[in-house]
Each structure stands twice: as structure tokens, then as C-alpha cells.
Design a protein around this ligand. Structure first.
Ligand code: OGA
Ligand code: NI
Length: 346
């Protein structure tokens, strides 16, 4: 628990384990690139095309008019802030460094980093897909404070998962897959809710909140709040993501890259720290079931085409891609192809 950054007295200096060598921390290009902002209330065909274009060009986009009530978003933001303000004693039982625990509070990333540390605290909760329907039996092990946390989180998860599933259906239409392609075990694993909290950091130029990584799940929805931090790799440069109030940032996970046989890419992103303001971002990771075998869709490989990825069980995939190494995170995706091409067993 003493590792938790948000509970530590403010530090004058960042401990060495957080310092990232300058050659591994290329600055973002100046200026903020606005990711494509897609109005979900547009016509079906327009939205389909916009999602496919943005997905191919950036792998990241924002959606507005997504139908999740403003109150649900505001309650989520408020309860997350309340949670991190709770006294340490109310959170101590949630703290765990055991990566196999589905519900826990910890500091740093879930990836193996070989001892490097990142400037982030995280509350990570497993959300069975029935959340919201089956009452609190499904959310055992979730925090019991603040009192309204369960209710607010469950509503947020159910609603934002709905947006993710809608995006997937539109993508199917745009890409030539049947509309319910992702509705089964590809999206039926426990969704993971991550409440990422980045306290102000005394040395933002030498630290990262999250290392460059691709999400390993199917698709991710993010609510980033107004404080800057998220950067996306685009055309070889890091670009800052502009905050659009009320929007979800949507990005593709590696499982979607595999299913689409590389037509859609899971794009690397990272989180910068800042000295002035705490930042909180909420991520919902939609995931396949653990035993779901994920491989390229036949419809997208085509007759006589070559699958660019091996089919792997999702739990096996996560085990193989458990390590993030700064400066080489792109290999997360390329390895998969190279290994496949070289016919190696990973
Ligand atoms: C993540 C992630 C971005 C953020 O949790 O995988 O990329 O802004 N988060 O916290
Ligand atoms: Ni991510």
C-alpha cells in the first residue's frame, strides 16, 4: 500500500526506478492532433464509413452523441474522484500486487516491465458481462466505498459496453462481416474496468504514466477527462489527443487486429505525466472469453488469401504478450506476424 503514489507525501524528486532514458522518450510533435470525432447520431452509412476510415488511418477515434446520458458520465467521474480521495484505511484491503487477482488496487502497469516503474495508480475491476442485470452478486470484490460506487460503476460499464458493441456492429457492416460477428465469445469475457489515476509528478520530462503499449483486448473505450496525457503513435510520431467533452476515445485492441487480418491496426499509445494537475482516465476493455480462440476471419482473409496471424486462445495470447519493453513495444504486433511468417512456435 505504501507504493500507492496518490497516498504518498509529495516527493521533491522522482525515485530512479521511474526515470526513463531520454532516447526512449521521444517528445510528442508540437500541437495537438484532433483524432477524428465521429457523431454517432449520423446516418448508418455515414457512421460506418467514418469509423472504418478513422480506424484504418489512426486506429483511434472519438465518438460523440453516443447515447450514454451525461449524468452517467458525470457520476462516474465524481465517484472515481471520491474513491481516490478516501483515506488509505478504506482502500488498504483492495491493494494487491498479485496480477492474477481480478479486482485490485495497485501502482504501475499490469504488464511485466522488468522493474521499471510508471507514474500511475490503478483500480482494476472485472465486470462480468451480466453486470447491471444480476445485481451485486456479480461484483464481489469491488470496493464498498464510496457507497454508491457499485451502482454508478455498473451503470457506466453496461452503457459504455453498449457503445463498444455498437461500434463493433458498425465496423462489421463497413468491413463485410455479419453484424453479430463479435457478439459471442469474442466479446463475452469479463470486461475490465480500469480507473487510472496519475498524480502530479515532480519530473514529467523523465517519466511516463503508462509505457508505449497496444491494448491486448478486443476494443477499448476511454474517458480521459480534461487534463492532457494520452499520446498516440501516428505516422511514426507521437501526437497528443485532444480532449472532447463527453466523448469516448475508442481504440482497437490486438484481438481486433487479428480478427480483421490486419485491416485494422491496434495502435501504440502512452501516457505522459504533468507537474501541476492530477489526471484520472477511465478505460473499459471489452475482452474475449479466456478460452476463445481468436484468429483472422475467413471472410477477410478471402479465397486464396493468406492469414497474417496465428489463431491463439485469448489467455495464451495474454501470457505471451505480457511484457512491455520500452522502445520495442511495436514488436508486440510485428512479432506476431514475423513469427507466423517464419513458422516459428511462440
Ligand atoms: C490503458 C490506457 C490511457 C489513459 O489503460 O491501457 O491506455 O489515458 N490508458 O489512461
Ligand atoms: Ni491502453
Amino acid at each position: 500500500m505504501e507504493n500507492m503514489l496518490h497516498l504518498a507525501p509529495s516527493l521533491a524528486r522522482v525515485p530512479d526506478c521511474f526515470i526513463i532514458p531520454p532516447d526512449q522518450l521521444p517528445p510528442a510533435t508540437t500541437g495537438v492532433v484532433s483524432l477524428p470525432v465521429i457523431d454517432m447520431s449520423g446516418s448508418h452509412d455515414e457512421v460506418c464509413r467514418a469509423i472504418l476510415d478513422a480506424g484504418k488511418e489512426y486506429g483511434f477515434f472519438q465518438v460523440v452523441n453516443h447515447g450514454v446520458p451525461e449524468q452517467v458520465m458525470q457520476d462516474m467521474e465524481a465517484v472515481c474522484a471520491e474513491f481516490y480521495r478516501l483515506p488509505a484505511a478504506d482502500k488498504a484491503h483492495l491493494y494487491s500486487e498479485d496480477k492474477t487477482k481480478p479486482n485490485r488496487l495497485f501502482s504501475g502497469t499490469t504488464y511485466n516491465t522488468g522493474g521499471d516503474k510508471y507514474w500511475m495508480d490503478c483500480l482494476r475491476l472485472a465486470c462480468p458481462v451480466t453486470v447491471g442485470d444480476a445485481g451485486d452478486a456479480t461484483s464481489d470484490g469491488w470496493p464498498d466505498k464510496p457507497r454508491r460506487l457499485r451502482e454508478v460503476f455498473e451503470r457506466f460499464v453496461a452503457q459504455s459496453r453498449g457503445v463498444g458493441m455498437q461500434v463493433l456492429r458498425l465496423l462489421c457492416d463497413a468491413a463485410g462481416l455479419r453484424a453479430d460477428y463479435f457478439d459471442g465469445e469474442l466479446s463475452r469475457g469479463d470486461a475490465i474496468l480500469g480507473v487510472n489515476h496519475y498524480p502530479p509528478c515532480p519530473d514529467p520530462a523523465a517519466t511516463l504514466g503508462l509505457p508505449p503499449h497496444c491494448d491486448r483486448n478486443l476494443i477499448t473505450l476511454l474517458v480521459t477527462g480534461p487534463v492532457h496525457g494520452l499520446e498516440v503513435l501516428h505516422a511514426g510520431e507521437w501526437v497528443k489527443v485532444q480532449h472532447v467533452p463527453g466523448a469516448f476515445v475508442v481504440n482497437f485492441g490486438l484481438q481486433l487486429e487479428v480478427v480483421t487480418n490486419g485491416m485494422l491496426k491496434s495502435v501504440e499509445h502512452r501516457v505522459m505525466t504533468n507537474a501541476a494537475l492530477p489526471r484520472t482516465a477511465v478505460a473499459l476493455f471489452i475482452c474475449p472469453t479466456e478460452d476463445c480462440v481468436v484468429g483472422p476471419a475467413e471472410e477477410l482473409v478471402g479465397d486464396g488469401g493468406t492469414p497474417c496471424y496465428r489463431a491463439l486462445r485469448f489467455d495464451e495470447f495474454k501470457r505471451i504478450y505480457a511484457t512491455v519493453k520500452l522502445g520495442s513495444a511495436l514488436n508486440l504486433t510485428t512479432n506476431l506476424k514475423n513469427n507466423q511468417k517464419a513458422d516459428n512456435i511462440m
